[in-house]
Ligand binder design. Sequence first.
Ligand SMILES: Cc1cc2nc3c(=O)[nH]c(=O)nc-3n(C[C@H](O)[C@H](O)[C@H](O)COP(=O)(O)OP(=O)(O)OC[C@H]3O[C@@H](n4cnc5c(N)ncnc54)[C@H](O)[C@@H]3O)c2cc1C
Length: 454
Amino acid sequence: MIDKRNFMQLFSSLLMNSMIANTACKAKDIKQEEIVVIGAGISGLSAAKTLKAQGYKVKIIEARNRIGGRLWTSNKWQDLPVDLGASWIHGVDNNPITEIANQLNATLLKTEYDNSVIYNSDGKIFSDAQQEEIEKLSNKIYSIIENAQNNNQDISIRKAIETFVKKYPKNSQTYQLINFILNSEIEQEYGGSIDDISTFWYDSDKQFGGDDKIFKDGYNIISNFLAQGIDVELGQKVNSINWSSGKVKITTNEKVFFADKAIITIPLGVLKRNIIQFTPNLPNEKNIAINNIGMGVLNKCYLRFEECFWPDDVDWIEFISKSQGEWSEWVSFQNAAQMPILLGFNAANKGIEIENLSDKKIVDSAMSALKVMFGANIPKLIDYQITRWAKDEFSFGSYSYNKLGYNPKMRDALAKPLNNKLFFAGEACEKQYFGTVHGAYLSGIRAAGEIIKA
Ligand SMILES: Cc1cc2nc3c(=O)[nH]c(=O)nc-3n(C[C@H](O)[C@H](O)[C@H](O)COP(=O)(O)OP(=O)(O)OC[C@H]3O[C@@H](n4cnc5c(N)ncnc54)[C@H](O)[C@@H]3O)c2cc1C
């Protein structure tokens, strides 16, 4: 349920959204102020588009040699572009991304979590009775977590369920199932380890209703649309931002840019590394936020085959792996897109561990999991595509999550403008919709709105 305050915020964002969509060319009176947006991800693009529509002179500077940031469609397979960053519009109803997708007549494909099959670690499909057991265990885990939310002190999810888990020997099926639930339902969603995730705040995000849908031609259809008519300089890695007096001075590996105001959409993972020198330093409350909001990891491994050898009518394949969280979640593109492609995920600590392996080792490990489920004689792999988001120097992680030590004021502190000169956007600034494309998009519109109001 969306409460009244959230509704008003969302409503004004959606108004702004339709303004972008409909009046991109109707620039109002030309403004003299020059705005530089750092980062051409969805938040930077939505900010720039909003400002341009209001007559501002805007430039985006971007470190990579492409736009989109964590929206990254690979065209390596011409017959099926695949998303190496975000894939889904999570909850299509009233989602601002759906509105743009509809405007562009983008083909959206539905995948359903419930349309799934679960394989045990011995390769047998879970019976209905076993599925019921998982459901019961899952309910139990969530009631333990909910109780822990009433404590005076926040603890990690691991700590909250510790006593319950201890009842089961490590080699028991129940112990494996608990680990499976914690990984597939919490770590895969938030990207953080249950050792670090806050019990108080882990699920404080809001969701849109409706189905989850992916873009047949890739998510970059959205970023490409938003970038139309925007001046973007690629290959500009920002090293320092001086906002001490006069204009904001932004120094990259190649050039110096001056701006009346700057919008910073640098991902949280990059801010955490202190790679960018701010003069004067960022205020303490921002540094506290940067340190205490977690940056999670979700990695993808697409495997392409000649033909489909798994159940062709399911969207999700789940695997109770012996090694916690290893290849526990798969999406099939056979049902949704009629393509014999499987997408395996690894999240949190397992995601980091696996991405440190060579491509060959990752593919061998993924194939071993498939062989347990579908037999030793599965067809040979034709090709693969692998992500390594934890190592990515312009992201250092996949998306933010609420870790132990977090409180929601920190996202507000991260988003707060400084001296009417520096403005901040990006998924991590979003209290309600963090970790999503729509959250990042709305944060860009919010930051642009702050400049417009100012
Ligand atoms: C694997 C994965 C799966 C995901 N799945 C989904 C999903 O299904 N649905 C969903 O809603 N969300 C998903 N997300 C989250 C979503 O992709 C992000 O929340 C969103 O794209 C973030 O947008 P942003 O503008 O905040 O950041 P970014 O897209 O990261 O944009 C920031 C930009 O800043 C640039 N930059 C960094 N450092 C510098 C520098 N020093 N100088 C200049 N530029 C710099 C970066 O290159 C980048 O282009 C997923 C993310 C990942 C990684």
